[in-house]
Every structure is written in C-alpha cells, then in structure tokens.
Design a protein around this ligand. Sequence first.
Ligand code: MN
Length: 336
Amino acid sequence: MTFRRIAVEEAFVTPEIMAQWQVVLAGRDVEPGFARMGETILAPTPANRMLDDRLLDIGAARIAHMDSLGIDMQVLSLTSPGVQVFEATLATRLAAASNDALAAAVRAHPTRFAGLAAIAPQDPAPAAREIERAAKLGLSGLIVNSHTRGEYLDAAKFRPLFEAAEALDMPVYLHPREPAASWVAPYLDYGLWFAGWGFAAETGLHAMRLIMSGTFDRFPKLRIVLGHMGEGIPFWLQRIDNRYLLEVKVGAVAKLPRLPSEYFLDNFVITTSGVTSMPALRLALDVLGVDRILFAADFPYEDDAEAVRFMDGASITGEERRQIYETNARRIFRLV
Ligand code: MN
C-alpha cells in the first residue's frame, strides 16, 4: 500500500507578527490567557528561540526536516493566536501580508506545501474579501484561532466570513488558543489555560456554539476542521444529543432542525494533531468513520517523528492508513 504523508496542521509565523505580539504583550489590557503565552512559549528564551527558528522557516530547512521523517506535504497555517490579538486595521494588514508570504512558499514548492489563509475577524467585511483573495492566491482553506478578543464566530456579524468560505469551498480550521478573558480565570492555575486542557475546552466550546446556534442550517455546506482528535467532542457526542433532547423538552434550548451529532458528522472533519493514542483514534474511527479523519503533526510544537511512528504503526488497515495520511486531505483541501 503506497501513500503520501500529508500533515495538515503545521505552523509558521512571519517576523512582523512575532514582533507585533511583543508590542501587545508589553502594553496594557493584555488578555490574561495571552499574557500567559507571553510569559511562557512566547518569552525570549533559548528553547523558544529554537521554536521560533522552525516557525519562521518556510523553505529549505523545513523541507529537509520533512524529508527526514517521510512527510511529503505540510498544509501550513499562521501559528496561534495569529492576528486575532491585534486591533482591526493592523490585524487585517498583517493577515494579508502573511497570506502573501504563505502563497509565495506554496508557489515555490507546490508539491511540498499547501496553505490555509489567516483572516482578521475583527473587521468582517475586509476579512470576507481576504477569503476571496486567498482563494485566488491558491490557498486551500482558512485558519481561525478560536475566539477573537472574546468573540465567537456564531455571532451574526461574522456571517459574511462563512458566506465567503462556503461559496468558495474553503474549509475553516478552527484551531485552539487560550480561553477567552470572560471565562479564563479558573484555567489560570496549574497550567490549565494551555494545550493540555484549556485549548480543547476553548475550541470545543467554539465548535459547540457553531452547532447550537444553527450556523449549519444557514451554511449547510460549510466545513469545519478540528484538530486534536476533535477537541473531545467525539467522546461526548452521544451525551450531547441525549441532553439536547431533554433541554428541548424543558425549554432550555430552542429545537434545531437536526440533532447536534448530525451537524457534527456532516459539517466537521477532525485531525490527529498532538494525539498518539490508539484508544482515541479507535473512538474517532467508530464515531466519525475513517473518511473524516486527517493526519496532522502540529509541527513544530509536537514531536512529529512520534506522530509518524504512531500513524505508521497504528492498528488499522493499509487502506485506512492511506485515507488518513493522504486521500482525505486531498479531498477536503482539494490538493493536487
Ligand atoms: Mn497547532
């Protein structure tokens, strides 16, 4: 069984965005979750410097690293929180500049890189235009790092973004970040704001807001991609339906045309980023089916060698391995 290994949640950054994060972190009114990022993973330490070097390279060094692991293609995206911590005008400008740099890397290495465009939801009308421009640049979808200054995409003002994404068949990768300021307080202890728990709580909440707000009745062809084996939702899906039906009965929630699980199974696909657990993959296979699971390594934050070892050795059939590594990514992101 031959296959190409395509990894779909692979991060990069531009020097200008890194510099602007430090400006935000040095200012007043920093979101508490982002402030923790500034004290840890964005702090100027030698270990972070190595991470930064890997994030900044979207050329030869990255490709050499991919070759060393047998990763044929990375679908690149601007790393979290991207431009979503900036004021609207700066965010809109830096998203476009980042997308230009990304599109140039994809043009230079079309068999090795594809890309997901950054957008600035802070200003929905220009963001919708940026989605159209990104499609023309040859980018394969969008990345949104969960909340934007505490706002979630189910709000009516963001509908132009989903209109554009749906019309252009641009999947939206809903990527994690720290919980929003409105509910981050209990997460600030014990490192819970970070990737071990808070990121999934935040991103899972965002996905559930999209489902429960009827977003997929308005945009039935909209496709959302969730990393980290679905940010916990596949595990909860039966209970989400079960309690939704009770909530409808007791008047806690308005009835939707379909069950929450039906939207999840129709409008979402998930990726394996950061998860190398056979029980977790087994559950995802049982709940979603093999054609809704894509491989991701989350370079450079996770051990991508371990991600490849896990997927190469997972107890699945050769055809399933090919679907997860290659076929599904080609279909979802329309890769050549
Ligand atoms: Mn990631």
